[in-house]
Design a protein around this ligand. Structure first.
Ligand code: SAH
Length: 391
């Protein structure tokens, strides 16, 4: 095999043959000298047979596999992958009326590990989690133009948050430009999206269907939306007839975004915002709520923090279960990848036991189809939630 290669230990090829897209540093027997972060590198078995090609990095995940076939990683490669991803979103109906927001590329789920692309009404925001992907942003931008044609007006590259150790990473428009905040739509709700100053790419797209589901239960209800960010759940609830929504976040900036969105939709008379720490606020609720939304950030980013995270989820859920109105609903979520859905369910059940109230699970929630899970990469499943009814 010519070019840059790593040779994989004999007993470590199995997961690659099962098409798992990560090769860990411990699996490498030997490597071409002087591999640089971001290089496109071929993995072979100990006889030199091709196994996979991908982006190399001196890290625990040493190779993020782009293909299990011996192909060139060029414009044509990115174009095919991106066209395929756009096709899936069209199949899901995400380019139809009412919605101008979707995740276009979801890393491993779209066979492009290390790459996230979110789409906001004509503007694509690229976020890279590997140097190799960052080095390919121009090819990615070209491919987006070809795949989206008139549906694309601008491409913004934002990786300085996700690659903080690299001083050479800059955030900028690669194609066109777009004033921010930029208005985009989710099931008819208008949202100001600010990818330059906002968290992540500007919005938490993964909760779209769960926000819509809250809408189904919201009519005539008084709702508390904790960890609200820019107010997505609140807006869906008001759009669907909630009488009053309290939106809470510890970030003043997030609350400002929420208020801008409330005004943009003309929902001011049914909305109150609160800057507070959710855990503190939930200890002693001063109001009766019919519905409470709990959508905290990932409490555990690594396995060694899992135990503490579970205690956090349990405490938060116990506060809500204890104080919600009889017959009330709690929409509770976890986006910690290391807490799987079974552990999360058990944690919520433990919270119900602690709160001493009878609880029924009425909906089991997850990430939507534009955040697909590669079946050979179970780690791609991260968002889970429950709707529980409290007696
Ligand atoms: N539900 C939101 C996304 C939530 S992201 C949506 O639908 O868009 C998590 C949010 O939790 C962020 O806005 C962050 O500022 C906020 N947050 C983090 N820690 C918090 C805390 N201790 N109390 C309240 N909010 C917190």
């Amino acid at each position: 095999m010519k070019g840059l290669t790593i040779q994989i230990r004999k007993q470590k090829t199995e997961s690659i043959l099962r098409k798992h897209p990560w090769i860990f540093s411990g699996a490498i027997e030997s490597e071409t000298s002087q591999l640089v972060d971001g290089d496109i590198v071929t993995a072979t078995d100990n006889r030199g047979n091709f196994l996979a090609i991908g982006h190399f990095q001196h890290a625990t995940i040493a190779l993020r596999v782009l293909s299990f076939e011996n192909v060139n990683i060029d414009l044509d490669f990115f174009q095919r992958r991106i066209e395929n991803a756009v096709e899936l979103r069209r199949k899901l109906g995400l380019f139809e009326t009412g919605n101008t927001i979707c995740r276009l590329i979801h890393g491993e789920g779209d066979s492009l590990p290390g790459l996230i692309i979110d789409y906001y009404n004509g503007c694509a925001v690229i976020q890279c989690h590997s140097i190799g992907m960052y080095r390919s942003v121009d090819l990615i931008s070209e491919s987006l133009k070809k795949a989206l044609k008139d549906d694309l007006k601008a491409v913004y590259s934002k990786s300085s948050d996700t690659l903080p150790q690299r001083s050479d990473v800059t955030d900028k428009y690669l194609f066109g430009s777009c004033e921010t905040p930029h208005i985009a739509h989710e099931y008819g709700v208008k949202l100001n999206i600010d990818w330059i100053n906002g968290q992540k790419t500007g919005f938490f797209i993964d909760q779209r269907e769960n926000r819509a589901l809250l809408g189904k239960y919201a009519k005539g209800k008084k709702i508390l939306n904790t960890f609200c960010y820019s107010g997505g759940f609140s807006l869906s609830a008001i759009q669907n007839g909630a009488t009053l929504v309290h939106s809470l976040d510890s970030s003043k900036k997030a609350i400002e975004l929420t208020e801008q969105n409330v005004v943009l939709n003309g929902y001011g008379d049914r909305h109150v915002s609160i800057v507070a720490d959710a855990m503190e606020y939930m200890k002693d609720l001063k109001e009766d709520y019919d519905i409470i939304v709990l959508d905290p950030p990932a409490f555990a980013k690594h396995r060694d923090k899992r135990h503490k995270a579970i205690q956090g989820y349990k405490r938060l859920n116990a506060h809500a279960i204890r104080q919600i109105k009889p017959g009330g609903l709690i929409f509770t979520f976890s986006c910690s990848q290391v807490v799987d859905k079974y552990l999360f369910n058990n944690t919520v059940i433990a919270a119900a036991i602690e709160a001493g109230r009878h609880v029924r699970i009425i909906e089991q929630l997850h990430q939507p189809g534009d955040h697909p899970i590669n079946a050979f990469h179970p780690e791609g499943e991260y968002l889970k939630g429950l709707v529980i009814e409290v007696e």
